[in-house]
Design a protein around this ligand. Sequence first.
Ligand code: 4AD
Ligand code: MG
Length: 479
Amino acid sequence: MLEVRCLLRSVRFCSSAPFPRHKPSAKLSVRDALGAQNTSGERIKVQGWIRSVRSQKEVLFLHVNDGSSLESLQIVADSSLDSRELTFGSSVEIQGQLVKSPSKRQNVELKAEKIKIIGNCDAKAFPIKYKERHPLEYLRQYPHFRCRTNVLGSILRIRSEATAAIHSFFKDSGFVHIHTPIITSNDSEGAGELFQLEPSGKLKVPEENFFNVPAFLTVSGQLHLEVMSGAFTQVFTFGPTFRAENSQSRRHLAEFYMVEAEISFVNSLQDLMQVIEELFKATAMMVLSNCPEDVELCHKFIAPGQKVISFVDKAQYICCLIISYTEAVEILKQASQNFTFTPEWGVNLQTEHEKYLVKHCGNIPVFIINYPLAIKPFYMRDNEDGPQHTVAAVDLLVPGVGELFGGGLREERYHFLEERLARSGLTEVYQWYLDLRRFGSVPHGGFGMGFERYLQCILGVDNIKDVIPFPRFPHSCLL
Ligand code: 4AD
Ligand code: MG
């Protein structure tokens, strides 16, 4: 009885959904099609955008790209095909046979049997032009189109690969990933570069804060990671951070991504610097080996012959130098170069100083440690070193970019922290932070790395606005 019922059910199924007579073509990404081993005429389907059209007497060549690789797939079609709509930039779906290419320029090509135009493109009006090498500044005007160029395609694929490399570095090293909040009531850096958050229009009640307290977009997830480091010995976060810095410089954004880590039971800057160095090297190596074509394109197109690259290539063999802030100021004072800002102990290092120091040290990454207490936020650990009075802070400066990492040991001693907060009038606001030192405090430290600056550094990209899909900076929030 049971058997019969099953049979009936399958018959019903068959009659309402008959099997197609031909096996449908397998949909492949361009990347998979290019890497296919089977080139004996397998029927496949690809979807993408036309990057080039070349018409010859008997055949029509198209190149189609879908963002999965730098290289496009060559499509060979019959020249009798009406090619008027097959314009640069149009989106298409192509079915055909994947075969070995007779040309040495590519391994495979797709012999088109069916070409469907999904969305046509008026190539004359399209701001991205066929075969033109548009400068990055030109492309910045078109944030809605620039991802369709080879160069932005490569940068964005590398960005995606680097994100994965950073996550896998932390996972492999036993860190727990924490989603720190984007809306916060604290200003961890104390620099006052905050975007305040309020509901717009109708929801806004005069004289009232939506959250009862003033709320801001986060400038750093550090303090929330410190909460977590009271329960997990190694944590990290990787998300957007916001700074209302009025800077149009080539290394500042109002919205950028930061990779931050916090490690408990850490007693020395040396231990922190080791993690920073390992993170930098391991992820750079992963990116270089996982997307070599994209990296090569960046190096050729963006930074031909730049020195930056040669140090990244050799990153695995290089040891970062370590100098103290005091030594750094001495080096700057003895420099023959005339700086716009005169170097002086107790004052922040400027970009021109950072550049000089990196060059002076042989164009390799340089750690600067032990900064004056007066120029660092309240949470930095006091070195108790007499009249100079420094804190256990560390920055990593790299060629081409300057400051890439900032971090240090945190003040875990209750009375030291209490006094620092009282002096800055912050005791009430940071009562919860002080509590962390009352209940199971541990020596700990951490760091933050600007993800866009990291990409600038490994790719040699001069302007930070070219390594983020949608840059936000003063007077500009396109799209
Ligand atoms: O040095 P910063 O301000 O350090 C912190 O925010 C710490 N709370 C991090 C921590 O210890 N968890 O910022 C860290 C890094 C900088 O070294 C720089 O690479 C990057 O973030 N950064 C910016 N990147 C782009 N645009 C800006 N406006 C940036 N400001 C900082
Ligand atoms: Mg800093």
